[in-house]
Design a binder for this molecule. Structure first.
Ligand code: FMN
Length: 328
């Protein structure tokens, strides 16, 4: 088992693994999260060691209708490549048209198909995790995409729709057989949403069965978990979602309690500034979920915490943080 830190891996010339012909220099990747993994957070995680940038899902319909809401979701900094563009949809032809437009616009390195989104709005129209119920549609999406683009096409799947329909092996094989270059497996069904414990055994099964790389995902919260999921599944890399929100340093292989307070403070302040640069005034509101997660380990008075989380004034937040961290 490789004992090197992610940082060491990044500076090595040999890639950790390949997604098609795209070299990936590391084994930890920030999972895409709608409404969370925006450009400022993705940049932060990349700087800390996440090896690949994956956009939040881009809804094919938004692209076709040129809805402005998707534009910001595509933003990335040049040093954030490789960039994987995640597409969400239920109609293969429409997904292809949308992807073509985006490929011409931002030139991603990888295209990822969302086969895992659990939200009712999405699954009600047969997209996201509902695609798991329609293997033929998945096959068609991969056929169209792999024949049209020279880029690697990947898929992010769940274990199935529910416990009575655990078809992850079938879907993973379909992806590989239709030219897919990588499969990421979130060890839960759609019915579970984010509840209960993610299962890693199915990820082992998928890894045993496929030749293309397999990424393991679900409930990786600590450095020990990274080691455990790699050992128990043999996965090529690990995707980390929710745990990264309170501990982006996980990509530098640091558990949250091992991050020096001074670094936490500096990161919060820089992250807040990046949010203000990216979103303008409303950045302070969008930042609240991160602030809440960053401050969770500290025993702050509930009144103070609430005033910080309700504030629309970045200066108020900054000056209070200076005080909080002097006391810590
Ligand atoms: C708020 C939220 C939004 C998410 N949005 C996406 C998304 O846009 N695309 C996707 O493939 N998965 C999405 N996911 C699923 C995550 O990528 C990941 O599979 C899941 O959170 C399990 O990993 P974790 O236990 O490390 O969080 C989302 C998850 C959360 C919590």
């Amino acid at each position: 088992m490789n004992q090197k830190s992610n940082r060491d891996l990044i500076t090595e010339k040999t890639p950790y693994f390949m997604i098609g012909d795209v070299p990936i220099y590391g084994d930890l990747i920030l999972a895409p999260m709608d409404g969370v993994t925006d450009m400022p957070f993705r940049s932060l995680c990349r700087r800390l060691g996440s090896a690949l940038t994956v956009t939040e899902f881009i809804n094919a319909i938004d692209v076709i209708e040129n809805h402005p809401r998707y534009h910001k979701r595509l933003a990335f900094e040049p040093d954030q490549r490789p960039l994987s563009l995640q597409i969400l949809g239920n109609q293969p032809e429409r997904m292809l048209t949308a992807t073509m437009r985006l490929v011409n616009k931002i030139h991603p390195d990888i295209i990822d198909i969302n086969i895992g989104c659990q939200s009712k709005n999405v699954t009600a129209r047969g997209a996201g995790a509902a695609l798991m119920k329609s293997p033929k549609t998945i096959a068609r999406i991969f056929q169209l995409m792999t024949h049209t683009f020279k880029l690697p096409i990947t898929g992010k799947i769940r274990l199935g729709w529910d416990h009575d329909h655990l078809n992850y092996l079938e879907i993973a094989r379909i992806i590989e057989d239709n030219g897919g270059a990588m499969v990421a497996v979130h060890g839960r069904t759609r019915q579970q949403a984010y509840r209960g414990q993610a299962q890693w055994d199915p990820i082992f099964e998928v890894k045993q069965d496929l030749r293309i790389p397999v990424i393991g995902n679900g409930d990786v919260k600590t450095i020990a978990d990274i080691q455990k999921i790699k050992e128990s599944t043999g996965c090529d890399a690990v995707m980390i979602g929710r745990a990264a929100v309170s501990n982006p340093w996980i990509f530098s292989r640091l558990d949250r309690e091992d991050v020096p307070v001074e670094i936490v403070k500096e990161t919060i302040l820089n992250h807040l500034d990046a949010m203000l640069d990216f979103y303008g005034e409303r950045g302070v509101i969008t930042f609240r979920k991160f602030l809440k997660a960053y401050l969770r380990p500290y025993d702050l008075q509930s009144e103070l915490l609430l005033s910080l989380l309700k504030s629309k004034d970045p200066e108020f937040i900054k000056s209070n943080l200076e005080e909080i961290f002097v006391k810590e």
